[in-house]
Every structure is written in C-alpha cells, then in structure tokens.
Ligand binder design. Structure first.
Ligand SMILES: [Zn+2]
Ligand SMILES: [Zn+2]
Length: 237
C-alpha cells in the first residue's frame, strides 16, 4: 500500500513511542522521517536501539536526535547513539558547548524531594560521556519541517537554560523535564520540576506552550506522564 503523504492533522495522533529506560524515558517518533527525543543515561544506547528495532526502525533510519537538555539522563548515551545511527543531533545553542565536551549541566534541587534525590545521585554518580559535536543549534524556535517533521522545536528554559520542547503540529509536545510526574516521578499528575535553575522560568515556558499556535493536547515528560492539557492548565493556571 502506498504511504500517505498527507501531513498530520489535529485529529491524527503522531506515532510517539516511549522508550522506558527505568528512571527516565526517551522517545521514538515514527513518520516519514524517524527521530529520537533524548538519549537516556550513559549505558542506555543498546536498550534504546533494541526498542527502536522492535518497532521496525533500523538505526540507520533514525534521521535526527533531539536533546531536550544536557542532563546525564537525557544526553548520557548520545555519543554512542550518534556513532551507531549517524543521525543529526539537535540541541539548543546555550547547551551546545556542554554537549560537545560531554559535560553535563548541574541540576539545582527546588524542593526537599529534589535535595534527597540529588544526594543519592551524588553517591551513585551519573557515569561519563564522551562529547558529541551537535549538527543543528536551536535558538528561540526551529522549524522541524527542514528535517521532514511536522512540528517545531521551541526554547522552553527553566529546568536548564537551554531546555527545548518538541511541539508537533498534531497536538503533542515532548517537554523533557519541564514538568515531572508526582510521587516517585512516575505518576500521571504533573508537578513542577524538582530540579531547576529557574523555577519561575519553567512556569513561564509552560504557559507559553499553552498559548502557542499549536493547541497541545498531550504533554510528554521524561519522568511520568503523558499529561493531558487540562492537568497542565491546572498546574500553571
Ligand atoms: Zn533534567
Ligand atoms: Zn530528567
């Protein structure tokens, strides 16, 4: 059967496949071009590619990898993934140097839960990563149609200075750590991030997403979720 060339419309969901990596998720988005959002912790590359292949996508067929922000649980396996897929790496310009050096950003806790978690993370460490030279640097907004994807990348700072969100024309957004699930970070009730360099900035970014040109129906976070629009409205209302 011929594949339809029709663009996604509001009533046609994008083909978003969460890749569960334990404490964090990455995402495969299948379409005319396949792409990954985020790259897991160090050591996750094989698990990510196994899941990708289970979905019938070969590593070579991954066209781009969009990194929502340069924390170890989101960019940890980027170097290996880039080697195996030769995909183009997309990151915000403010975090380009960090990704090139393999140097992860700090995660200042915003609450007691964040402080406790960061204590444990400092014990276990976050592994090491080799640097990866990014291919595409995003400023305030980047139109993904250049990469064959119906959507855009938007700068949504707050959790980190260069956090970005992927907004698909079909009404889904992949927002990295701009919101997180509740208790144990895994629930479907969204909360403010427990780590952020600018918590108010994160809230402003969420509000901007709610007011954007695309009416986002579903917010995909990397910890918990996905969160329906009304729960995000309740959170920042
Ligand atoms: Zn993060
Ligand atoms: Zn995270």
């Amino acid at each position: 059967m011929m594949k339809s060339n029709k663009n996604n419309t509001m009533d046609e969901d994008a083909d978003i496949i969460p890749i569960d990596l334990g404490p964090v998720k990455a995402f495969l988005i299948r379409g005319e071009k396949n792409f990954l959002v985020d790259a897991g912790n160090p050591g996750d590359a094989e698990d990510i590619l196994d899941e990708v292949m289970k979905e019938g996508v070969e590593p070579d067929d991954i066209d781009s990898i969009i990194i929502t922000h340069v924390h170890p649980d989101h960019a940890g396996s980027l170097h290996e993934l880039k080697e195996k897929t030769r995909a183009r790496v997309v990151v915000h310009e403010k975090e380009a140097e960090n990704i090139a050096r393999g140097d992860f950003l700090d995660a200042p806790p915003t609450c007691l839960k964040g402080r406790i978690l960061s204590f444990f993370l400092s014990i276990f460490g976050s592994g090491e990563s080799k640097g990866t030279e990014p291919d595409i640097l995003v400023g305030e907004r980047f139109d993904l149609s250049e990469l064959g994807i119906n959507g855009s990348v938007v700068h949504t700072p707050g959790h980190t200075p260069g956090s970005i969100s992927v907004v698909l024309d079909s009404g889904e957004a992949l927002v990295g750590d701009l919101v997180m699930g509740g208790l144990l970070l895994s629930s479907s009730k969204p909360n403010r991030p427990i780590f952020a360099y600018d918590l108010e900035g994160a809230e402003r970014s969420l509000k901007r997403l709610l007011k954007g040109d695309v009416k986002i129906r579903k917010f995909y976070g990397a910890h918990g979720g996905p969160f329906p629009r009304d729960k995000i409205v309740d959170l920042v209302g």
